[in-house]
Design a protein around this ligand. Structure first.
Ligand SMILES: Cc1cc2nc3c(=O)[nH]c(=O)nc-3n(C[C@H](O)[C@H](O)[C@H](O)COP(=O)(O)OP(=O)(O)OC[C@H]3O[C@@H](n4cnc5c(N)ncnc54)[C@H](O)[C@@H]3O)c2cc1C
Length: 434
């Protein structure tokens, strides 16, 4: 990372959450326990950042990162790939930087957690023991929320909500579609990964159609009555994509939740019974925590409750859950949030196992969305552990959101800011230069 981007990125994520300053002599904690063992499951925005930051601040700890994929493709900026603003390669990252730091990176699927014995089993047969376990497995889909949808159906009607082959599939389907075709985009119901994501996708797909297949249409079938950054997304629709995009939000009369799909005919049916025949259907089902979080006994309902601030599971001991899988009220499920949470988790582990000094964590989030060339909007806030409405949570303060009618220069600056953030977060996740 260059000095400039490191400084900018550190400012963006919030300095207090970043460091667990060394308390040097207190390393008797690690000595008393032998070489503390940390196992992290999931090498994405949350898990890779934890592995990097624990190893950086407490190099004596034994850190193992279990990630099933050899390379990670970021969901963030994957909509820009659909719009033609990024290459797929620019979104894909390897783990050599973490390996070089001394993180033991194991590319395998974690299939079980024994929280009594404090062990993790891998599909390849290996068993790993831990003193502290970190789960950042991201999301899984509730396929049964839509009749006819399944992992097989997703090969015909991609969700592209986990980046990688699904993202490429959606792009190839858009490219193969004839000019004049109908694209259906079905966002999920709350809570889900990246609240503004479906609407950035709406703009990026619309931009692709406008510049490549201008006779085509894009219809949004939304189970919700409102969505994140709605005024500025609707401003973009009216300004850039009026003839292409139709947004259908659920209201008192119509329920636009997609309840059924037919991959043979391309038919998509809403709860109100309306039918659309899509040339390309992007169906994003409702979501829940990644499977390993259920296997580890960390879930309550679909997600994992955690202590506000430490991200320690409230269900099992010595296990942290962060990122999309956790209930981090009031923080949204985003890569920025996961990265910010990861620094607090890493600092906590470095303190508990490595004797480093611990500061009260502060958290931040900003979500940028590109709506058209050089036109980026954003939403964000800071968060601190506290009490609201009688509940412990991460209480938001200093929130901001883009406004309708903003100056074009400002929007262009925000796009540049988002590119700097992308370089910074991926450098921080994968321990590489930005
Ligand atoms: C289209 C789209 C656009 C987005 N844009 C933005 C944006 O602009 N800004 C932003 O901040 N966020 C954005 N997000 C959200 C962001 O991608 C997620 O919130 C973030 O990745 C969550 O991090 P995580 O660590 O919880 O999960 P992930 O990053 O998904 O990482 C989970 C990892 O765990 C691995 N894994 C899961 N289970 C196992 C197992 N049992 N064994 C081994 N490995 C396992 C997976 O392979 C995966 O690599 C976007 C999301 C989407 C879908």
């Amino acid at each position: 990372m260059t000095d400039f981007s490191r400084r900018r990125f550190t400012q963006m994520v919030g300095g207090g959450a970043v460091v667990a300053a060394s308390a040097g002599p207190l390393s008797h904690f690690a000595i008393a326990q032998g070489k503390g063992k940390v196992v992290v499951i999931g090498g994405g925005a949350g898990g890779a950042t934890v592995a990097h930051n624990v190893k950086k601040s407490a190099p004596d700890l034994d850190v193992t990162l279990v990630e099933v994929q050899p390379q990670y493709t970021t969901c963030f900026f994957s909509n820009l790939y659909l719009g033609g603003f990024r290459t797929f390669e620019s979104l894909t990252h390897g783990y050599d930087g973490l390996k070089g730091l001394g993180v033991n990176v194991v590319h395998d699927m974690a299939t079980g957690v024994d929280t009594a014995k404090k062990t993790v089993t891998l599909a390849g047969g290996q068993t790993l023991s831990y003193d502290r376990l970190v789960l950042s497995p991201g999301i899984d889909f509730k396929y049964d929320s839509i009749e006819g949808y399944s992992p097989e159906a997703a090969e015909v009607m991609p969700h592209a909500w986990k980046a990688g082959p699904q993202t490429k599939l959606l792009k190839s389907k858009l490219e193969a579609m004839e000019d004049g075709g109908l694209v259906v985009l079905a966002p999920p119901d709350n809570p889900y990964r990246c609240p503004p994501g479906p609407y950035e996708r709406m703009c990026m797909v619309a931009h692709y159609l406008k510049t490549n297949k201008p006779k085509s249409k894009l219809i949004i079938l939304d189970p919700k009555t409102k969505f994140s950054k709605q005024p500025v997304f609707m401003e973009a629709v009216n300004k850039y994509y009026k003839d292409i995009v139709q947004v259908n939000l659920t209201n008192e009369i119509d329920n636009f939740a997609v309840v059924k799909v037919d991959t043979g005919t391309g038919e998509v049916t809403t709860k109100s019974g309306e039918k659309f025949t899509a040339a390309v259907a992007n169906i994003i089902p409702n979501q829940k925590a990644g499977k390993i979080a259920f296997d580890a006994g960390c879930t309550e309902g679909d997600w994992c409750p955690v202590e506000a601030g430490t991200f320690l599971s409230t269900k099992v001991s010595d296990v942290y859950v962060l990122g999309d899988a956790s209930v981090a009220t009031q923080m949204p499920k985003s890569g920025f949030s996961a990265n910010s949470q990861a620094k607090a988790v890493a600092a906590h582990i470095a303190s508990v196992l490595g004797g480093k000094k611990l500061f009260p964590p502060r958290f931040r989030n900003t979500c940028w969305s590109l709506v058209a060339p050089n036109d980026s909007v954003k939403v964000g806030a800071s968060y601190q552990a506290g009490e609201k409405d009688g509940k412990q949570m991460l209480v938001a303060s200093g929130g901001f959101v883009s406004k309708v009618g903003e100056d074009a220069k400002m929007r262009e600056e925000q796009f540049k800011e988002s590119e700097g953030w992308y370089s910074g977060i991926t450098a921080d996740m994968f321990a590489k230069s930005a």
